[in-house]
Design a protein around this ligand. Structure first.
Ligand code: ATP
Length: 288
């Protein structure tokens, strides 16, 4: 028996760090949405009581370090599941890119095995479990548009942004999320207008959204990433309506309404960046 799931990439429309907590985590507030660039996962029921992961990607571990493996193990242990599962991951989301590829695979695993193993858990229950795996997993369980608070596990759903094109460009050099947070100085942060962004989403105000995109982690990542700066400048120069780094980076995304302009931006980046994608904004639970 097989079940399959799509695991879409997320982008940050805002990312704010409010303060460092006593447990050493940062209290964050971020508005996130999803784009139509996705990994595909296939789950097969096995009788050997084991979990196996196969990602066929040399940057992704296939053992217990894989977030999909950890999600499967968590479900299996918590609900005393007596079956096994083979998880095949077809990677399309670039790795260590700020697009939450691993978290989205973990979330897709929670949704997929919930069906394969007939656990009948709600998305809310899966999102709560997801927070035990990683900060972005709860958001990825819904894979819609939401503001995430706390460590990222407190999710308040929001309307999807108006339809548009998203150009994504990933510089070659990856980024470690942990080291970005460790290097962040909390003095002199210019905070995003998160409430303004939430209002713009509620009123479907595309230009209001474009005006308010902001990510406080750009101040840490961009000075170390000349290629990311070059991509940003090129996207602005080629007419993107808004340009921002996603997550801890280094992927830069540009929003644009017209397809022709999205293609123009894509072509202008191809000369110096190998990982460029033109995709649709998704923003809603459209996971088939
Ligand atoms: P985030 O935006 O949530 O910080 P990211 O997009 O920057 O995440 P990922 O692509 O999730 O980063 O990968 C980060 C690390 O996690 C990689 O170095 C990789 O080895 C490991 N990893 C574990 N499981 C997976 C998976 N299923 N897919 C991708 N990477 C994985």
């Amino acid at each position: 028996m097989h079940v399959s799931e799509k695991a879409p990439a997320k982008i940050n429309l805002t990312l704010d760090v409010l303060y460092k907590r006593q447990d050493n985590y940062h209290e964050i507030e971020m508005v996130m949405t999803t784009v139509d660039l996705a990994d595909r996962l296939e789950f097969t029921l096995t009788n050997d009581n084991k979990i196996r992961v196969d990602s066929e990607n040399r940057f992704v571990p296939n053992d217990e370090r894989n977030l999909a493996f950890r999600a499967a193990k968590l479900l299996k242990d918590r609900f005393h599941v007596q079956h096994g599962a083979r998880i095949k991951i077809e990677k399309h989301i670039p790795v260590a890119a700020g697009l939450a590829g691993g978290s989205s695979d973990a979330a897709a695993t929670l949704r997929g095995l919930n069906r394969l193993w007939n656990l009948n858990l709600s998305l809310e229950e899966l999102a709560n479990l997801g927070s035990e795996i990683g900060s972005d997993v709860s958001f990825c369980v819904y894979s819609s548009t939401a503001v995430a608070r706390g460590r990222g596990e407190k999710i308040e759903k929001l309307p999807a942004p108006p339809s548009c094109w998203v150009v994504l460009a990933k510089p070659q050099q990856g980024v470690s999320t942990q080291s970005v947070y460790e290097s962040l100085s909390l003095d002199n942060i210019v905070h995003p207008d998160t409430n303004g962004m939430i209002e713009a989403l509620h009123s479907g105000d595309y230009w209001g959204i474009c005006k308010r995109v902001k990510n406080v982690l750009e101040a840490v990542t961009l000075p170390k990433q000349p290629e990311a700066n070059q991509i940003k400048e090129q996207m602005i120069h080629s007419g993107a309506d808004a340009v921002l780094m996603s997550g801890s980076g280094p992927t830069i995304f540009g929003l644009v309404q017209q397809e022709t302009r999205a293609i123009r931006i894509y072509n202008s980046l191809r000369g110096f960046c190998e990982d460029v994608y033109v995709v649709r904004m998704l923003g809603t639970e459209s996971l088939d």
